[in-house]
Design a protein around this ligand. Sequence first.
Ligand code: 13P
Length: 248
Amino acid sequence: MAEKNLVVANWKCNGGAELVDSYLKAFLALEGTDVVVCPPVIFLTQLQALLRKNVSLGAQDLSTFEVGPYTGDISSEMILECGGTWTLIGHSERRALHQEGQAEILQKLQAANRVGLKTILCVGETLDHRRSGSAEEAVLSQLDILIEANDSTLFDNLTIAYEPIWAIGTGQTASPSDAQSMHARIREKILSLSDALGDNLRILYGGSVSADNCGSFLNEDDIDGVLVGGSCLNVSEFEKIVRICGAC
Ligand code: 13P
């Protein structure tokens, strides 16, 4: 397991000049944590000053294409050019609202990996899965692309984020022990590919993370950080989360 907790802010389709400014004024990175901020890519360049404060920048998605006539797409190289070194991939909002399937998600992992972008592959189950007892199956099957790809280099830069879909933006969270048991199953699946891959893999929890609840997740053995949505839109709340994660 990684030594430092990883704290990731996913602004989603939120923010503007004011939020950019409040992040630029904040001191986000602390010893004991790695911090990544994923704004809408249009703000990456403006946020580059954060790099000097040991905060990394990331995108929320990327194109499967490298270059060419793909209107609206943002390539992995463009993310790098704007100072981004990370990208989220397969967020449940992209899976549900943009019909991203497993094949496309794998292509995105490969596109990011080709240029050395660090990837955060998001997985999670619906409330129906959880109620019907098929949550583990639903989550673990989303990892099958990693096995099918048969390319161990995909793991070089990989982080996994477990985000139960029913916990996203709802104020409801998984209990720390339920999250821990899902994280343990995720790690087990990756360990079955290689001990080194599984041991080094960071697995984040996401879904209504706040300053009040993040500590309880990070006390669990297999939870190596948090992916924060709504709470990162208030920079002082996000800074609190970073501080707590640094102390865990
Ligand atoms: P919330 O923290 O708003 O629940 O969002 C979680 C999320 O989807 C982060 O990617």
